[in-house]
Design a protein around this ligand. Structure first.
Ligand code: FHN
Length: 427
């Protein structure tokens, strides 16, 4: 088992990046997608999916008035869910700045909100002790110098494209770097920078082609590290380094590169939409969300779980209830998550192991198995208890040659966790 601190020295992590030990310890963060698309309330890609002209889309700018916005409520909800950091969309693909940027009029302080919502949010989350992450889209469907490509909302508008012939990506790149400079200069210590997205070969059928050359990614990365030397970066500048961010799926096993574990973070939604999506019915159950968190850590990863606040400035009740349910589980079980990582042992059927030093955590995802056989632990378990109430759990040692141990419990199904102190932590 590679310890959390050891992972930070492995393959996808450049020596000039910040120390990711805090990220590997914290394991669980809140992703927040909030912007003009929250007014449309039908997914953050609404401008693209419905090919909305910028002039039409401007109605959401005109009516962005989050009068109920109180980031202290958001920060408390995240903390009570057991989240240790957050990542906010400072600018999504729509190009709208959630802060008082000097480089554009398309910003929150020019809407009826008339306030730097990002500054208030950063302060509120810091007060609750959470680390600060900024999401920033390299894609920008509003900027006048962003070339029209296969992903652009006006990709089929011949008149629009004709008028956009002379756009220069280098002019846009200068703007992109300038806004990132603002964000890393004016809002104190930023712990994590989450660029999105750059898949020059990513092909959903619309080959975008834009990548590190267009964003001037090497220069941008250098500037970021000069401004905030301890910052962590994700892997979406098309540079092949940083926190690897599998999206909306759970990797099957521990992620490795050249035989070494890598630093990775599953980013997941509550219902398939990142932005507020009023009529969405695809909500994940609380049990599924908890299992996702356990499954992610059992493979040495982090979970960045998303909420999409609405245009009144509130996280909707259904999302808050999910966060509360996770928080209730975390209150009793978080020591199997924080600072834990994958075990080298093979977990029993439909179970997961997380491990922290000589503490092995057996997460039982389903029942009615009367017995659970633990391979490779004969003679190594010192004690067994349920984590939520520290009640002892009897187990039976088989013939050491069989290296089997049975846990016989009457625990009800669900993500129940046992804590198994191990006599020999070198297993
Ligand atoms: O296009 C975005 C999407 O809207 C969302 O922000 C996700 C979050 O990881 N990233 C991109 C899709 O990969």
């Amino acid at each position: 088992m590679t310890s959390v601190s050891e992972i930070s020295k492995t393959s996808n992590w450049p020596t000039n990046y910040g120390d990711p030990t805090w990220l590997l310890h914290d394991r669980f963060g809140l992703f927040i997608h909030w912007g003009l698309y929250s007014n449309a309330a039908r997914h953050e890609w609404v401008m693209n999916r419905e090919k909305i002209h910028p002039d039409t889309y401007r109605k959401y700018f005109k009516y962005f008035d989050p009068d109920l916005y109180d980031p202290k409520i958001w920060a408390r909800a995240a903390k009570e869910a057991g989240m240790k950091y957050f990542v906010i969309t400072t600018k999504h693909h729509e190009g709208f700045a959630l802060w008082d940027s000097a480089l554009t009029d398309y910003k929150v302080t020019n809407t009826p909100a008339k306030r730097d919502v990002l500054l208030e949010m950063v302060n509120a989350f810091r007060e609750e002790g959470l680390k600060v992450g900024f999401y920033h889209s390299v894609i920008d469907w509003h900027h006048p110098e962003f070339p029209i490509d296969g992903l652009h909302p006006q990709r089929d508008d011949e008149v629009f494209k004709a008028n956009a012939q002379n756009r220069k990506i280098e002019n846009y790149a200068e703007y992109l770097h300038g806004q990132v400079r603002e964000l890393l200069t004016n809002y104190g210590k930023i712990d994590y920078l989450w660029f999105d997205f750059s898949y020059p070969t990513f092909d959903w059928g619309w080959s975008t082609g834009k990548g590190k050359i267009d964003w001037q990614s090497e220069k941008l990365e250098k500037m970021v590290l000069e401004l905030q030397p301890d910052i962590l970066l994700n892997d979406r500048l098309d540079l092949g380094r940083g926190v690897i961010t599998p999206e909306q799926y759970q990797p099957r096993e521990v992620l490795e590169k050249d035989g070494n574990p890598v630093i990775w973070e599953a980013c997941q939604t509550l219902n398939g939409s990142w932005g507020y999506d009023r009529d969405n019915l695809d909500w994940k159950s609380d049990e599924m969300l908890i299992k996702m968190l356990v499954d992610t850590v059992s493979k040495g990863g982090n979970l960045l779980l998303n909420v999409g606040p609405n245009a009144r400035g509130e996280i909707d009740e259904k999302s808050l209830n999910s966060l509360r349910a996770i928080g209730q589980w975390m209150r009793l079980n978080s020591r199997s998550i924080y600072g834990a990582t994958n075990s080298d042992l093979l977990a029993p059927v439909d179970c997961r192991y997380t491990q922290k030093g000589n503490r092995l955590y057996l997460h039982i995802f389903s029942w009615p198995f009367r017995h659970i056989h633990l391979d490779g632990l004969s003679g190594k378990i010192d004690y067994a208890q349920l984590l939520h109430d520290a009640s002892e759990v009897q187990y039976k040692e088989h013939d050491p040659n069989e290296s089997l141990t049975s846990i016989s419990t009457r625990i009800k199904p669900g993500s129940v966790t046992l804590e198994l102190p191990i006599q020999k932590p070198d297993i």
